[in-house]
Structures are given as structure tokens and as C-alpha cells.
Design a protein around this ligand. Structure first.
Ligand code: SAH
Ligand code: SF4
Length: 372
């Protein structure tokens, strides 16, 4: 059956109001419909009984909910990471991840099917680019995670309760989705308009009400996108995937660096921080023998020394298409120590907890496609 053209998650509350009026319905129904979508997290029109029958009939013929059946769901052995492979209306697949570490509930969502940037170690890059996601498809992923948080805990739920899952009168209090990172499949700044439209919808205080300070957009270094974020003073956080601190080494890992060279990228980052007053998170995938030596740490320190920066070190998740191995824990600690002691740069080493469910970007989609 063909899918109706309009995805309700594509619309801001005001756009939804205008749409209802265009269909000759009273705009008074906007609040109730919005409430069904983002507070009750209704998964179908059947779960919206209080809408007038005529409006439900119109919605049934002219809209869809961007709710995709889960093609595959996996949980890490510690139960803290859940990964969903979601099917889109055109049968394409994307990945969305729910993470519950140190009391924080975070959704990691995708911005594209595949990616055009071709980073050599990345499973999504190895797939190539298929298409941009619409704003509605981006919003629907966050709604999917919010719904999963509300569902009864599966048998694989964490054995230790996450810090914020407290209990009142013996009833567990539902966790709320608070943090969002655009670090799933795709390059968010290559799909700028849809991503920012989705962010606007997700921030609506009468809806999912995500705080802008809890939304992070990660980019491989799309310079025009960084400058536009700065000019528009978008209040989201920015993460820049660096991986190497000189142009030759970076271009070998990140082909997009040939289009946006390191000096242009760093100048855009400086403009961004000066204009917005914000610190940037720099991501560094640690690959054994490639970019993880003490000398490499010092190149990072020299590059970022005068900028408001925090470095996130991510040991490589091995993929089939790339022969590299992750940096050992001790070498990652030495790298981190050099950044802090010699350059006063804060850094974190991201835990590879999701490794047993192929949590690296794009890896679940590759595995599933191979088994089809
Ligand atoms: N396209 C954006 C956001 C998606 S990738 C970007 O590149 O920033 C999110 C992060 O995962 C990036 O820092 C990316 O370099 C990292 N990443 C991708 N594949 C990885 C892998 N196999 N192991 C470790 N980190 C990886
Ligand atoms: Fe694209 Fe990011 Fe993967 Fe690079 S790391 S290929 S930019 S998704």
C-alpha cells in the first residue's frame, strides 16, 4: 500500500495548525493532536480516540506517522545500550541507539541513509550515500526512543538500575529522553535544513521539550555548515570529528578533508567559538599505530591549545571494511594524560560498552543487509 505523502512529524506545531485550517478543521484540535504525538507518543491513529472522527479519517488518508516497524533490535550484554534498526517508508534502513550511562538517557540518531563522506574506518562511510532523511524521519527516531523508554523493561534490562531510575511508592519512575546526539548514520551538516527543522520540532516546549544545551550535532568538518551554525547562532552543541591534526594524515582517514582542508576547518571552528562563545567537542577515533602515539597527542595539543575545546577519544570499533585495530587502554590513558598535563585540554575516553552489539555507526545496518 502506498504511504500517504505527509509525515505528521515533519510539522512544527504552527505548521500543523495551518494544515488543519487548510483542511477546514477548527485549529482548536491542534493542541490535542500535538499532545497525542509528543506527550502520549501515540503510535497509530487508533491510539487517538479523542479526535473527531472526520479529522481521524482525513489523517488516515492524507498522512502517515513516520512510525517504522523495528527491523531489528539488539541490546548490549550489560543492557545499557539498545540499538534499533528502523525501516523507512521506502524500505531503507537506519540505526537509532538508546544509551543509558551514568544516569543519562541519550538517543543517538541518524541524519542520512548512508553517508557521502567516505571516512575509511566507518561502516556508514563504507556503504556510500543513498539519501537525506526528512525532518520527520529524524524526529520519529527520537519519538521511537522516548516510546521505548516508556515501555515495560525488557528481560535484558540493566541489572543495575541507572542512577536516575528512582523508585517512588515501589513504582519505577519512567525515564525521560533528555539528551540527543546526531552521531548515528550520516553527516548532519550535509543535510542541514532537515536536521535544524527537526531540532526545532524536538525543542518545542509543549512536545518532547529537549533542551538545546542537551543536543549535540557532530560533523566530519563541513565548513559551510559550521559557519552557518555560527551565523544563525543555533544554540546546539557542536562536535567536530578530527582524527588527525595534520592535513595529509587527516585526508587519508577522512576524504572530506580534501574538500575542506584542516586550516579552513580550524578557522571555521575558531569563528564558531568566537561567535557563539561555545566550546567545541573534538572527536578522535583512536586507531592503533595510526594516530595514537604521544607525538600525535602533542599535535592535537598544539592544534587546539588556544581554543575552547574538549577532546572525546573513541577507541576504534573494528569494521569489516577497514583493517585497523583499536588503541589499547593504556595507550589511550597516556594520550589523555599528555593532553591534560602538557596542554590543559580536558578529554574523555569513550567506553566501548556497545561493542558486543556492533554499536559503531552503521555496523548493524551492514550486518543486517548481509543477512538478507
Ligand atoms: N558524520 C558525523 C556524525 C556521525 S559519525 C561525524 O563524522 O562526525 C559519529 C562519530 O563516530 C564520528 O566521530 C566518527 O568518526 C565516529 N566513528 C565512525 N565509525 C567509527 C568506528 N568504526 N569506530 C569508532 N568511531 C567511529
Ligand atoms: Fe559519514 Fe561520519 Fe561515517 Fe565519516 S564518520 S563516513 S562523516 S557518518
Amino acid at each position: 500500500m502506498p504511504v500517504a505523502p505527509l509525515n505528521l512529524y515533519d510539522l512544527t506545531r504552527e505548521q500543523l495548525r495551518v494544515q488543519l485550517v487548510r483542511w477546514d478543521f477548527n485549529s482548536v484540535h491542534t493542541a490535542r493532536l500535538w499532545n497525542y504525538l509528543y506527550i502520549k507518543l501515540a503510535a497509530s491513529l487508533d491510539a487517538m480516540p479523542e479526535l473527531p472522527p472526520k479529522l481521524r479519517a482525513r489523517l488516515a488518508t492524507d498522512t502517515h506517522l513516520g512510525v517504522f516497524p523495528t527491523a531489528l533490535e539488539t541490546a548490549s550484554s550489560d543492557g545499557f545500550t539498545h540499538k534499533y534498526l528502523l525501516a523507512l517508508a521506502d524500505a531503507e534502513r537506519i540505526e537509532t541507539v538508546l544509551m543509558r550511562y551514568t544516569g543519562r538517557v541519550t538517543a543517538c540518531i541518524s541524519s542520512q541513509v548512508g553517508c557521502a563522506m567516505g571516512c575509511v574506518f566507518c561502516a556508514t562511510g563504507q556503504m556510500g550515500y543513498t539519501r537525506h532523511l526528512t525532518a520527520g524521519e529524524i524526529v520519529a527516531q527520537a519519538v521511537h526512543v522516548a516510546r521505548a523508554l516508556r515501555a515495560p523493561a525488557p528481560s535484558s534490562a540493566p541489572s543495575r538500575a541507572p542512577k536516575k531510575c528512582h523508585v517512588i511508592r515501589d513504582k519505577p519512575v519512567a525515564e525521560r529522553l533528555r539528551n540527543l546526539v546526531l552521531m548515528g548514520m550520516g553527516e548532519p551538516l550535509h543535510n542541514y535544513d532537515a536536521v535544524m527543522h527537526a531540532v526545532d520540532i524536538l525543542r518545542d516546549p509543549n512536545g518532547l521539550a529537549l533542551g538545546a544545551e542537551r543536543i549535540t550535532v557532530s560533523t566530519v568538518g563541513v565548513v559551510p555548515g559550521i559557519l552557518r551554525l555560527a551565523a544563525e547562532k543555533r544554540p546546539v552543541h557542536l562536535a567536530v570529528s578530527l582524527h588527525a591534526a595534520n592535513q595529509t594524515e587527516r585526508a587519508a582517514l577522512v576524504p572530506a578533508a580534501k574538500k575542506w582542508p584542516l586550516d579552513e576547518l580550524m578557522s571555521a571552528c575558531r569563528t564558531y567559538s568566537e561567535t557563539t562563545g561555545r566550546r567545541i567537542f573534538y572527536e578522535w577515533t583512536l586507531i592503533e599505530g595510526k594516530n595514537d602515539s604521544p607525538a600525535h597527542a602533542r599535535t592535537v595539543g598544539e592544534l587546539l591549545g588556544n581554543l575552547p575545546a574538549q577532546v572525546n577519544l573513541i577507541p576504534l570499533n573494528p569494521t569489516n571494511g577497514y583493517a585497523g585495530a583499536p588503541t589499547a587502554t593504556e595507550a589511550a590513558r597516556v594520550f589523555q594524560h599528555i593532553l591534560s598535563s602538557e596542554f590543559k585540554i580536558r578529554s574523555t575516553v569513550r567506553q566501548r560498552r556497545g561493542i558486543d552489539i556492533a554499536a559503531g555507526c552503521g555496523q548493524l545496518a551492514v550486518a543486517e543487509a548481509a543477512s538478507r
